[in-house]
Write a protein that binds this ligand. Structure first.
Ligand code: NAP
Length: 277
């Protein structure tokens, strides 16, 4: 699986979508990014998102608050952006300084501008099979599987990790595509045995090289969501030797990370389309 190629396709689709929106007399989508404190990794991510925006014709603005900002100050900014008719989507760039209550901030974003797809209303819509904004990483996993031609209906899918931002939405999306889904976590018994049943294995544990060859059914499609910094290198959650057994494997870097960024652009376009519908 090639995240770079799939992400480029998504960005091309967004470019076309923006042009169609403008041709129909609509507004150009605009992404507002909230950054609190100085975090070098966040700066890098936001820089990448800005470049993607320029490529697809989506404008963006950064809204910075100091390291000392309170939850109330962040909420005031969120409310101002919720009301701003020029803002299509709001990205809340995490991590936050520890005094800021992340949940309150995420739940304060207007669900129609929640391009992260983290708001309970959007996660609820996903669970109910209703249209909404879907968490970017999980949506990116699905697009990459589709681009690789992996059949999902009737497939056994195992999602390793149950976070609200990756594992749960990925499991719900696979279920919506008629896969038979198992979700694993730190209390799962015989983890390698359960994973070996998977035709499609999505791994989001946050432990470098955690999934080894003995977790894999020969020929399975394995999506590595993990991003772990080890000795200055980025490593996934899946050991490199898994490539010897899997039928398809997403690389790290150059896999899901690219897709997450591209799906943010997709969601920003989608938020603006929904506003104008
Ligand atoms: P998280 O919130 O820490 O969740 C990790 C999940 O893994 C939890 O459900 C945990 O189980 C499970 N887990 C941890 N150790 C385990 C073990 N030994 N055996 C079985 N399950 C175990 O992490 P996350 O936010 O989902 O992120 C996961 C990884 O994806 C990280 O490396 C993160 O950096 C990466 N990520 C990448 C992108 C991207 O764009 N590529 C986006 C988001 C995240 P419990 O629930 O039982 O604790």
């Amino acid at each position: 699986m090639d995240g770079k190629r799939s992400a480029a396709r998504v960005l091309d689709d967004v470019t076309r979508g923006v042009a169609e929106l403008l041709a129909a007399g609509g507004r150009r989508p605009h992404l507002a990014v909230i950054l609190v404190g100085d975090n070098p990794a966040s700066e890098t991510y936001v820089g990448g998102k800005r470049r993607d925006g320029v490529r697809v014709g989506i404008t963006s603005s950064d809204h910075r608050l100091p390291d000392s900002a309170s939850t109330q100050e962040v909420m005031q900014l969120v409310q101002r952006l919720n009301r701003d008719p020029n803002v299509s989507g709001i990205l809340v760039q995490q991590p936050f300084p520890k005094q800021v209550e992340v949940t309150s901030v995420v739940e304060g974003v207007d669900p129609e501008k929640d391009v992260d797809g983290f708001h309970p209303i959007n996660l609820g819509r996903l669970a109910l099979g209703e249209p909404g904004l879907v968490a970017c990483t999980a949506a990116g996993v699905m697009r990459m599987l589709d681009d690789a031609g992996i059949p999902l209906a009737g497939a056994r899918a195992v999602v390793l990790g149950r976070s609200n931002i990756v594992g749960k939405p990925a499991a719900l999306l696979l279920l919506a595509r008629n896969a038979t889904v198992t979700i694993c976590h730190s209390r799962t018994r015989d983890l390698p045995g359960v994973c070996r049943e998977a035709d499609v294995l999505v791994v989001a544990v946050g432990r470098p090289g955690f999934v080894t060859k003995d977790f894999i059914k020969p020929g399975a499609a394995v999506v590595d969501v993990g991003v772990n910094r080890v000795d200055g290198r980025i490593r996934g959650d899946v050991d490199e030797a898994v490539a010897e057994v899997a039928g398809h494997l997403s690389p790290v870097p150059g896999g899901v990370g690219r897709m997450t960024r591209a799906m943010l652009m997709w969601n920003t376009l989608e938020a603006e389309r929904r506003r104008q519908a």
